[in-house]
Unconditional design. Structure first.
Length: 278
């Protein structure tokens, strides 16, 4: 486990991912009944943008820095509102990770379950959520969750699977996790974040998901440049099972503008696909 998200906190991929998380949490809150959010690869929870790691890459400047400097059209302000409220709450020197984005948007009846195994990150994650009765930090392998820790007692909720992609096997693990989660928790929203380096590689994996015959499965992608050089992170995406019915329309309006704000080369853009069996 060598991957450290501290080097990449606040980059374009985080912006994309956290906007989607905020929209899914907002949708869950439209009913009074409690829900649970699972984050299987939680990281630190909060990242300093003044730390040595962030300073070495400065990826946040072309990510959250670019978004905060942009003139946001009124039609997008509602979609971005909850996410940007959380970002602003941490000021200019820190950036909230996925666990903190979700946590700041929960109501008092909702719960958050976090999983982190990295020996350096897990203690910091525990510290960042110390005393928080709504959050449980588990020093366990997040890949165990879909087959053993769901459904939650709240019945409703969402699961984020955002692995480090260190050994080349995480794409296969995500398909296996999706199958287990859909079998045990058919009503839950399951979100798989993935990197896009070359589109043909990504399309092969998306095709494998489509062939599994899942109901109600969609993918959302953003590119900051043409997805060709496999040595670069040219974009990213999120496959979502049981996505909120409003999400396709919202992202269809937001992503063309957002890809322009976050672009770092020619060929920036977005793509939304239906991966369902029907």
């Amino acid at each position: 486990m060598n991957y450290r998200h501290a080097y990449h906190a606040g980059n374009f991929a985080d912006v994309f991912k956290h906007i989607l998380i905020a929209r899914m949490v907002d949708y869950l809150k439209r009913k009074d009944k409690a829900f649970r959010v699972y984050d299987l690869h939680a990281g630190l929870g909060v990242y300093s943008l003044e730390a040595e790691e962030a300073g070495k890459t400065e990826e946040w400047k072309a990510g959250i820095g670019a978004l905060l400097a942009a003139n946001i059209p009124s039609e997008h302000k509602k979609i971005l509102g909850d996410y940007l409220d959380v970002v602003h709450a941490f000021g200019e020197k820190a950036y909230p990770g996925s666990p903190m984005v979700a946590r700041k948007l929960l109501r008092k009846q909702d719960r958050l379950s976090l999983y982190e195994l990295h020996p350096d990150d897990a203690p910091i994650l525990n510290q960042n959520f110390a005393g928080d009765y709504q959050t449980r930090v588990n020093t366990l392998d997040g890949w165990l969750v879909p087959g053993a820790h769901v459904p939650p007692k709240e019945a409703r909720g969402m699961m984020l699977i955002d692995p480090p992609f260190e050994d080349g096997k995480d794409f296969d693990r995500m398909i296996d996790a999706m199958e287990k989660a859909r079998h045990r928790w058919a009503g839950g929203t399951v979100a798989l974040w993935y990197p896009v380096k070359r589109r043909d590689h990504t399309d092969e994996w998306l095709g494998s998901l489509r062939e599994r015959g899942f109901d109600d499965l969609m993918s959302f992608e953003i590119y900051i440049r043409e997805p060709r050089p496999s040595s670069l992170l040219n974009g990213c995406g999120m496959v979502i099972a049981n996505a909120p019915y409003t999400l396709r329309d919202e992202m269809g309006r937001l992503l063309p503008w957002l890809s322009g704000v976050l672009k770092q080369g020619k060929g920036a853009g977005h793509r939304i696909q239906n991966l369902s069996k029907s």
